[in-house]
Design a protein around this ligand. Structure first.
Ligand code: SAM
Length: 453
């Protein structure tokens, strides 16, 4: 489908001398990019072009079948559009030591996993929220596979947060938008686009922003982003925040050589990524700060459901996390975020937090599937078996695997050194612990396609 003509007119108004260059770029194939998980390094990382604004971002020469790559399932990298990784550069500008961050529109989880990575060593925590239930499940899966235990997940409408009394140092609003920046990747985005839709999106974005503002601490930051270039959804919304709510944008020191376009409307600033100027899709980002002194360490009440679990799992965890009972098993969070996690528990209905480490098995505890992916998994806790790519894919399909040479009992299965799951080895067969809802449905081809590493 051709670019909508009203869209073309808009762009000619916005970029009079560059519109044809942009339309040309939109007719080309989109670059394929991934973000590496620095906590799960690939053993042999090839030399690849890096994203200018994020040291973990790489451009791939081909679009491989990610489904047929066990490293992808093990959370060793995330497939993410390159421009949106610029959030990493914005985070680098802020003091986020011990910060509690909310990713308000989080599914499928690209920015939540980026945020969690950024905050992990700073003792910070992310609450990843998604309003649509089925998408919240995908978000949870992606957060679990990424493996960082400083994340909680919830499934709430933005208007719910004000009542909860919890307040955040940083709120990321990656707003649902008219999707102009996705035109070359996604045919449906072209079909859905209309002037009316742009207007509807802009009003929805205002609603989302005004719903969440009361939950931002004084001195706290908002990162607002969209994948569109329409002024109504971007600069105009930033101007509206300044006029209606007294929340002002801050400059982001993107180097000029990166070719990111500064947008300004009556003193409100944002930055646009155009694919004829930067290697990535269309994107807009703005940084805002709520007036007042930062109140970083003002602790709210923290509480946990159930009791702190006794250390009776029968297997060890790494770095002695705080262990507690929650509805379907035992969960753990790192000691240094115990207070932040407790504050979330106290205030909001969560669907996941930290790492689920164990489930009841009769009178004993068995390792939870989630633990295999987590940085809290202790490499000395279970015999670890390195799988070939083909074996790993069979495991991910929940096909029968046998380990007659290995010890009986729980085995942790790895691919390139990173956990994929557990099986209970019975000698002549094994029972898989891999969740049914995550399994690969695709039949494996006789010959597996090439990988990018
Ligand atoms: N941040 C995500 C990432 O990086 O993977 C992408 C988020 S996508 C641009 C916007 C999300 O907002 C979608 O998951 C969508 O379901 C959600 N959404 C839709 N309507 C919403 C609303 N009224 N309030 C909050 N979120 C909404």
């Amino acid at each position: 489908m051709d670019l909508p003509s009203a869209f073309q007119q808009r762009i000619r108004g916005q970029l009079p001398t560059e519109a044809d260059l942009l339309f040309g770029a939109l007719a080309e194939a989109a670059p394929v990019s991934i973000r590496l998980n620095p906590y799960k390094p690939l053993p042999h990382l090839p030399e690849l072009p890096q994203t200018l604004w994020n040291k973990d971002g790489r451009y791939l020469p081909i679009r491989p079948s990610f489904t047929l790559d066990p490293a992808f399932h093990a959370g060793m990298y995330y497939v993410q559009e390159a421009s949106s990784m610029s959030i990493g550069f914005v985070l680098d500008q802020l003091d986020l030591q011990g910060a509690l961050a909310l990713d308000l529109c989080a599914a499928p989880g690209g920015k939540s996993t980026l945020l969690a990575t950024h905050l992990y060593e700073k003792g910070g925590m992310v609450l990843a929220n998604e309003v649509i239930k089925s998408r919240a499940q995908t978000l949870k899966e992606n957060v679990i596979k990424w493996g960082l235990p400083n994340v909680a997940v919830c499934n709430l409408d933005p208007k719910h947060f004000e009542k909860s009394r919890v307040s955040f140092d940083l709120v990321l609003v990656d707003a649902p938008c008219s999707g102009e920046g996705m035109f070359r990747k996604d045919e449906a985005a072209r079909e859905e686009w209309s002037e009316e839709h742009v207007g509807l999106c802009a009003s929805r974005q205002k609603r989302i922003l005004s719903d969440i503002l009361p939950s931002l601490k004084a001195g706290g930051y908002i990162i607002y982003s969209t994948c569109t270039w329409s002024e109504e959804e971007n600069e105009a919304n930033m101007e509206w925040l300044a006029l209606e709510h007294g929340v002002h944008t801050l400059p982001i020191p993107f180097p000029a050589a990166w070719n990111i376009t500064k947008k300004e409307k009556n003193g409100s600033i944002g930055y646009a990524f155009y694919p004829h100027k930067t290697s990535g899709e269309g994107f807009f980002i703005a940084l805002l700060q709520k007036k007042g002194e930062a109140v970083h360490s003002a602790k709210k009440e923290a509480s946990y459901p159930g009791k702190p679990a006794k250390e009776d799992l029968g297997f060890s965890l790494k770095n002695k996390p705080y262990l507690f009972d929650w509805y379907d098993g035992k969960y753990a969070v790192p000691e240094n975020i115990k207070e932040l996690a407790g504050e979330l528990f106290h205030s909001l209905p969560l669907i996941y937090i930290g790492t689920k480490v164990a489930e009841q098995a009769g009178r004993d505890w068995k390792p939870a599937a989630e633990l295999a992916f987590s940085l809290l998994s202790d490499p000395n806790a279970f015999p670890e078996i390195e799988l070939t790519r083909k074996e790993a894919l069979h495991f991910l399909r929940r096909d029968d695997l046998k380990f007659p040479e290995q010890p009986l009992g729980w085995l942790k299965l790895n691919y390139l050194g990173q956990g994929l799951g557990f099986v209970k080895n019975l000698g002549n067969r094994s029972n898989s612990q891999y969740p049914k809802e995550w399994r690969i449905l695709m039949n494996l081809p006789e010959e597996l396609p090439g990988l990018w590493y």
